[in-house]
Ligand binder design. Structure first.
Ligand SMILES: [Zn+2]
Length: 332
């Protein structure tokens, strides 16, 4: 298959646009805790990236690193091209997006029965749902060359050691976030939620995680209590509590969770539970879920602290701008 430079420029342009569109939509789906739909966007974005890379290579724009640095300094100047549609361009892509659309119309993510694992051929960008074939039907690449977008890894790829390390650090991070702030500041609802509420919410979620982890470790492939973990809107009661009590409660819960996880064998971390959204998932999935959820809120809290301290500094800055913090992360 030979393609002339004009066609390759068109491909590069259209695939790069599609890549960016799908990538940014995936980030938004994650913010809305629609992880299966995020996976459709991530796999679709990967398809476009692989194809954009091929077109870019074919245009002769890739040399040695030294040559590429020179090219970069010269400044690549793409020709403007009218590309036509850049997303939803294959039957499978339209099918996946239609399924996502129907689930969202019901106010939910796709569940495990409605979407399989996704794979993208790393050589040609062919998208597959379900088990990949031994070789790519389009280009002959072996199955090891497929890039996976599996439900089991949708929360991240941290291993047991990294998961434990990260969640061990959270109590110290929380203490640093509240350091030097007044009770009034800790209770002030910035962009919807106060630092006290957010910290209380982290305790609620730690309890959910520990219950699920305990079930996975103690029973065989349990059905995980999943549909309704405590959301942030249920954390308002924390605003009237003392910050010392809120931090203590988190610390106590976290110690219990760490007590459950420390010393687990790799086999124990690979024990599974059944989650209605993700399907059969290992304990590592839930560990990544806890880390991912906490990271989102810690960034949010650091931003609130920063803004509260700014507010103290300059005159005329008493009112905080709206929409400082991305949309609140919900439980699932
Ligand atoms: Zn292929």
């Amino acid at each position: 298959m030979t393609i002339d430079p004009d066609e390759n420029r068109l491909l590069l342009c259209s695939m790069s646009l599609g890549y960016t569109a799908y990538h940014v939509w995936a980030l938004q789906s994650r913010r809305e805790r629609r992880y299966n739909i995020a996976r459709i966007f991530e796999a679709s974005s990967c398809v476009k990236r692989v194809r954009a890379e091929r077109a870019f290579q074919s245009l002769g724009e890739v040399g040695s690193t030294g040559e590429n640095v020179s090219r970069a300094l010269d400044g690549l100047e793409p020709n403007a091209v009218a590309t036509g549609p850049v997303t939803g361009t294959s039957p499978l892509s339209r099918d996946l997006l239609s399924r996502a659309s129907r689930a969202l119309a019901e106010g939910r993510d796709l569940n495990a029965e409605e979407i399989g694992d996704l794979y993208v051929c790393s050589n040609c960008g062919e998208l597959i749902e379900g088990e990949p074939p031994d070789v790519c039907a389009t280009c002959g690449t072996v199955r090891e060359g497929y890039l996976p977008f599996r439900a089991a890894e949708a929360m991240g790829n941290l291993g047991p050691y990294s998961i434990v390390r990260k969640i061990e650090q959270t109590p110290a991070t929380l203490r640093a976030i509240i350091d030097g702030l007044s009770n009034e500041q800790l209770s002030l609802r910035v962009a919807g939620h106060s630092l006290k509420e957010l910290m209380g919410h982290l305790t609620d979620m730690d309890v959910v995680f520990r219950e699920r982890a305990w079930l996975i470790l103690e029973t065989d492939n349990p059905r995980l209590p999943s549909a309704h973990p405590p959301t942030l809107s249920r954390a308002t009661g924390y605003n009237t509590q003392k910050i010392a009590d809120i931090i203590d409660a988190f610390q106590t819960s976290r110690q219990q969770s760490l007590g459950l996880l420390r010393g687990l064998t790799p086999a124990a971390w690979h024990r599974t539970g059944y989650h209605v959204i993700y399907g059969t998932i290992p304990l590592t999935h839930q560990g990544n879920w806890l880390v991912d959820h906490e990271r989102g809120h810690l960034i949010q809290m650091a931003q609130i602290r920063h803004d509260l301290l700014q507010q103290l500094g300059g005159p005329g800055q008493l009112k905080l701008p709206a929409n400082l913090v991305p949309e609140i992360l919900q439980g699932e």
